[in-house]
Design a protein around this ligand. Structure first.
Ligand code: GLU
Length: 501
């Protein structure tokens, strides 16, 4: 009988969560929701040397922003709590002891200096020192001591570690949901440290004990953990516990060149690699949220890093992803990160937002600039420019002329400003001033009628008029602009252009 689905995200709070970690969280979330299971979050902070203040809070905040918060974690439905490994410290020793008693682990007393010496000696002979079956009986371990001797050294306060005793001459045939069958030769594995005399477990022991105690059914994590799979499998076997199923997600690759997308790539190549901004004394690393990406965008592009639904569909809402996500459709080849495509995704989600919602965001930008404008007008402005924007932060550069008269005029466009233009523009002013119903369509009809009646070419009026109002030959429908900036301002700008160009 298959177990109820319980999956976890188990980050170590050693810095801001990288976008690759967010993808791991997302795939776990999707898998849990798809299977009516539980997505929980465990903080793996056994390595106190790498503790970074604020990193834990950052993880929670990022997942909340993206709408994929865990249903159990620190301070929330702590069914199998605590959810912070540093608070579970007292739990692990008994499991390390259990492995010692069953012969699956042993004490090792080698000092760091002794290990260094072994490493050096091997290097001198062109070899690599691996702590395993080759030499574990020649090293300073309990394997060659009597129980009394071992206990005496521990009681005397000697530093020790507990190492896993990897079995010899076995070929492990393991299953990974994404990668299929994988074979591992146990003779090539080293005897990893599970526990240290400072009372702290290492990642491997804590991770397996907790996955077991927290009833984890599937372990979905990044490819960089694949080399740990044989040890983890053996640990389950040693404890006599049912192992979860494993799925190792493909690497996320740099946009250009080779290799894994690193934390440093983003600021180097000009795009965020973090969900939220991260500030330290050394500087600021940009975040998707602060750069103006919508959470929907980030969810969507992350989902497609290693997964697709088998069709050409590219836009998926979170709910749709939950419905369609399938671990069997995750591929094992690395997924290239494409920052330009990510902008395209944001463009798509921006177009889907209502004008009212976008206006609300833009309105705060204007308030900061000390500009106030009627909401109805602003909605119209937003509606006329949003198609050209990838981000709300583009709105200002696309619409500044609605709020401020141009201070300069595009040089190339100014070539269309001929000798007869000022006189023509004065006539345009007269026509505009005669219009009472100052709305786009009406202005357009009246001005065009006037041009036809007087046999004036469209280009002769329209281009200089746009130049006067916008400062360049850009922007939405000219008559919409005229309506929105109003009669008085339109006239003022034409007069200024006559004077300046
Ligand atoms: N603490 C590990 C990490 O930082 C968890 C790896 C796993 O999921 O087993 O990614």
């Amino acid at each position: 009988m298959s177990r109820p689905v319980r999956v976890r995200f188990a980050p170590s709070p050693t810095g801001p969560l990288h976008i690759g970690g967010v993808r791991t969280a997302l795939f776990n979330y999707l898998f849990a929701k798809k299977n009516n299971g539980v997505f929980y979050l465990r903080i793996e902070d056994t390595d106190q040397n790498r503790f970074v203040p604020g990193a834990e809070q950052y993880i929670f905040e990022a997942l909340e922003w993206l709408g994929i918060s865990p249903s159990e974690t620190v301070g929330k439905n702590e069914k199998f709590g605590p959810y912070r490994q540093s608070e579970r410290k007292h739990l692990y020793k008994q499991y390390a002891d259990q492995l010692i008693h069953s012969g699956w682990a042993y004490y090792a007393f080698d000092t760091p200096e002794a290990l260094d010496m072994h490493r050096k000696q091997h290097e001198e002979q062109g070899k690599t020192f691996i702590y395993n079956w080759h030499n574990r009986e020649k090293l300073d371990t309990s394997l060659v001591l009597s129980i009394e001797e071992t206990n005496k050294r521990i009681a005397a306060g000697e530093d020790f570690v507990i190492r896993f005793k990897t079995p010899v001459n076995e070929v492990l045939e393991l299953k990974d949901i994404i990668r299929g069958d994988i074979k591992f030769d146990t003779n090539l594995l080293d005897d990893k440290v599970l526990f240290k005399s400072d009372g702290m477990p290492t990642y491997h022991l804590a991770n397996i004990v907790d996955d077991h105690l927290m009833e984890t059914s599937h372990v979905i994590r990044g490819e960089e953990w694949l080399p740990s799979l044989p040890l983890h499998h053996l640990l389950y076997k040693a404890f006599g516990w049912e192992a979860p199923e494993f799925a190792h997600l493909p690497l996320i690759l740099k946009p250009i060149g080779n290799g894994k997308l690193s934390k440093r790539d983003g600021d180097k190549m000009g795009f965020p690699v973090f969900p939220l901004e991260w500030k330290t004394e050394e500087g600021i690393s940009s975040g998707y949220r602060e750069t103006g990406y919508f959470p929907e965008t980030v969810i969507n592009f992350l989902a497609l890093l290693g997964w697709n639904d088998g069709t050409d569909q590219e836009l998926f809402s979170l709910n749709e992803l939950v419905e369609k996500f399938d671990l069997n459709r995750v591929h094992k080849a690395g997924a290239k990160f494409d920052p330009d495509k990510n902008k395209w995704f944001n463009h798509q989600y921006l177009q889907k937002k209502s004008d009212v919602e976008l206006t609300e965001i833009f309105s705060s930008v204007l308030t900061e600039k000390g500009i106030s404008i009627e909401n109805d007008k602003l909605i119209k402005i937003v509606s006329s420019i949003k198609e050209r924007a990838n981000f709300v932060s583009n709105f200002w550069e696309l619409s500044d002329y609605f709020f401020e008269a141009p201070t300069s005029y595009d040089e190339k466009a100014s070539k269309n400003w001929k000798e007869e233009t000022p006189a023509l523009m004065k006539q345009v002013i007269a026509v505009l001033e005669s219009i009472d119903d100052f709305t786009s369509l009406n202005i357009e009809t009246i001005l065009k009628d006037w041009m036809t009646t007087n046999e004036i070419g469209m280009g002769k009026v329209m281009q200089p008029l746009r130049l006067s109002l916008v400062g360049a030959l850009k922007g939405p429908h000219l008559f919409d602009i005229i309506e929105l900036i109003g009669k008085e301002e339109t006239v003022k700008r034409i007069l200024k252009a006559i004077e300046k160009i």
